[in-house]
Design a protein around this ligand. Structure first.
Ligand code: S3P
Length: 168
């Protein structure tokens, strides 16, 4: 079974994904890490040098390869928060994986990310406003791509993993 976690940055896709994979005896992969290997530099540097559109092209190639990997079906993929922006990614994710949307409020994400320096989209004067904007723009895309939605608000990582496993 191939599972993809989607949602805004800071919602716990990697942390939850790693534990979920352990519980399911599956392999875990973080699409941002695969992407950084492919581009040979941190995402932040790539954004600065080549811009967001070039980054999205690379991201699309990575999502395509990862979701097409039927050699390794027991796989949990944590995707980058912006992966759903491209229609092809939404299609590939939805048709090839069980997609879980980890839904978090902008306030919760702000609490977790206010000291973050690695996410280029949040290196702005008002990261809270940016998170609200990202939420409004992407929430409908996450909802349309997901098979299941899980709220990250209160539960611990362990209970989020249990909630996901019950949905599968
Ligand atoms: C992005 C989210 C990041 C990373 C890049 C762009 C986004 O991934 O792909 O900085 O557009 O939301 P995480 O969601 O893992 O932080």
């Amino acid at each position: 079974m191939m599972i993809a976690l989607i949602g805004l940055p800071g919602g716990g896709k990697s942390t939850v994904g790693r534990q979920l994979a352990k519980r399911l005896n599956a392999r875990f992969v973080d699409s941002d890490a695969v992407l950084e290997e492919r581009i040979g530099m941190p995402i932040r540097s790539y954004f600065e040098q080549h811009g967001e559109a070039a980054f999205r092209d690379e991201e699309e190639a990575v999502i395509d390869v990862l979701t097409a990997s039927d050699a390794d079906k027991a796989l949990v993929i944590a995707t980058g928060g912006g992966a759903v922006l491209r229609e092809r990614n939404r299609e590939h994710l939805k048709s090839r994986c069980t997609v879980i949307y980890l839904r978090s409020s902008p306030d919760e994400l702000y609490r977790r990310l206010r000291h973050d320096t690695q996410r280029p989209l949040l290196q702005v004067a008002d990261p809270m406003a940016k998170l609200r904007e990202l939420y409004d723009q992407r929430h409908p895309l996450y909802e349309q791509t997901a098979h299941y939605v899980v709220d990250t608000g209160r539960p611990s990582v362990g209970s989020l993993v249990n909630m996901i496993i019950m949905q599968l």
